[in-house]
Design a protein around this ligand. Structure first.
Ligand code: GUN
Ligand code: FE
Length: 471
């Protein structure tokens, strides 16, 4: 089931919300579009009906009609409308250890810090406390869509789905499967592959009853990674995902240890092994992929599977930099992920900046003792606008959802960034900054404090200035 942007019959659909102000987005890789003082019209189904340019003769009468109907929102000077951010990789239960335990290699970090923390989600009170705080924080950071790993607990993961549903965040969520006693401890392991598969299906049933099939909250088949799962679980989950037509997420070729472990166990690369288990398809998103080879990229591009690039987490756990530009050239769908808590930062603005920095380090190389000509990997650098495209439209494409672009047919998932907030280093110098400069400066300097309003599907889900009389 594809969920591509759909155009409406413009004559039939009436806007229920009209937003007047400056719009900035990156509809394609390398393309920045800026509409100064545009009018964005949103229909009752939450989709954008029209983006009316300031030069359009229709702009003024349509804004006047919206004002008369009491549905006009006008941004203040210095505020900009951007697409909402799409986080392709969040471990929801790891939120309470954000910024902790980052000194260990991946396999020790999992065993010593992460599995003991995730095991606590057997306690629904603990789960509610952590998940409420997480969803609030991600919305406050402007993350309108999140692809979440839950814990292995069915009930706690249902609770996360219910929370995203009631708070209005677009969310794709999976109950984690990890059933292999060779890697997973007794205190945190699915009882058997059949149990893990049955509970995953129960979770799919629950989310589809909650949000409707193809709704704003969707279930995801989630084998943690091959080293944590038995062959029986992986095969069963591949069959389940195909039968129920749901998304799939996992980790792939993250570190030397993980990549080599899968090669030794299966005789294939991680990507090709996931494919053999029926876990690779248009609705698969795999985190990291630092060690994927050209053949893996061809497998991913061939079926439209995506990579969640997590540059900050990779700096701690991955032993290498993801070859982002090369993967994009090979046609792989890529978006960005915080990898909370492997990445100690909840902001996708921050992840976009780390994406640029990591790509520059890969391009130029890192060991100054080597000659400049052979120190790096040519054509590996991306710029901040490309990184923002990954954080918005790229994430939407990877998920096959109509989000990340402010254009007719897309969901109105959007944020207001205020460049005038006093508690911020983001400042605009009107005598120095052209609109393109302002866009760049937002991308490099915006933090959570600059994100003032957040909409998902046309519904206002965060309004930090409520009561301050905006319009
Ligand atoms: N591989 C398997 N589980 C995890 C996890 O929780 N975080 C990261 N970064 N990699 C993993
Ligand atoms: Fe991860």
């Amino acid at each position: 089931m594809s969920d591509t942007p759909r155009m409406q019959d413009a004559g039939a659909a009436q806007p229920v919300l009209s937003l007047a102000g400056t719009v900035m987005h990156t509809p394609e890789r390398g393309i920045i579009e800026i509409y100064e003082d545009a009018l964005v019209e949103v229909g009752a189904d939450g989709r954008i009906l029209a983006v009316v340019d300031a030069a359009d003769a229709e702009r003024a009468p349509r804004a006047a009609a919206a004002a008369a109907a009491g549905r006009l929102v006008t941004l203040r000077a210095g505020q900009v409308l951007l697409p909402g951010l799409v986080d392709l990789h969040v471990h929801a239960p790891q939120w309470p250890q954000l910024g902790k335990a980052l000194n260990l290699p991946l396999e020790q970090w999992l065993a010593q810090a992460t599995f003991p923390l995730e095991a606590r989600y057997a306690d629904l009170g603990f789960a509610a406390r952590a998940y409420e705080s997480l969803v609030e924080s991600l919305l406050a950071n402007g993350t309108t869509t999140a692809l979440y790993f839950g814990s292995l607990h069915l009930e706690a993961t249902k609770l996360l789905a219910e929370l995203c549903h009631s708070r209005g965040q677009r969310a794709l969520i999976g109950k984690v499967v990890m059933d292999d006693p060779a890697l997973c401890p007794d205190f945190y392991r699915d009882a058997a592959p059949e149990v893990a598969i049955a509970e995953t299906e129960a979770f799919i049933d629950h989310v589809e009853a909650l949000s409707g099939r193809g709704g704003r909250v969707r279930p995801v088949v989630t084998p943690r990674f091959i080293p944590a799962c038995t062959d029986a679980a992986l095969k069963g989950l591949g069959e389940l995902a195909a039968r129920r037509g749901v998304h799939i997420q996992s980790h792939v070729s993250e570190s030397d240890w993980e990549h080599d472990f899968v090669l030794a166990r299966t005789g294939r690369t991680d990507t090709r092994a996931l494919e053999a288990f029926g876990l690779l398809g248009r609705h698969t998103v795999l985190a990291h992929g630092n060690f994927i080879c050209d053949d893996d990229m061809e497998a991913l591009a061939g079926c439209g599977a995506g990579i969640a690039h997590c540059p900050l987490s990779n700096a701690y756990f991955s032993n290498a930099v993801f070859p982002l530009a090369h993967a994009l050239e090979k046609g792989v769908n890529v978006g960005l992920g915080t990898d909370i808590s492997g990445g100690p930062d909840a902001s996708l603005f921050s992840v976009a900046r780390h994406t640029v920095a990591a790509s520059r380090l890969l391009n130029d190389g890192v060991d100054a003792r080597l000659p400049a000509a052979t120190r790096g990997r040519m054509n590996a650098a991306v710029d901040i606008a490309e990184a923002f495209w990954l954080a918005t439209a790229g994430g939407g494409i990877a998920l096959d959802l109509p989000v990340g672009v402010i254009a007719p047919g897309y969901a109105f998932d959007a944020i207001v960034v205020d460049t005038t907030h006093p508690d911020s280093d983001l400042t605009i110098w009107p005598d120095l900054d052209e609109p393109q400069d302002i866009f760049q400066r937002i991308l490099y300097s915006a933090t959570r404090v600059n994100v003032r309003r957040v909409w998902v599907d046309g519904r206002l889900v965060a309004d930090k200035d409520a009561g301050l009389d905006w319009d």
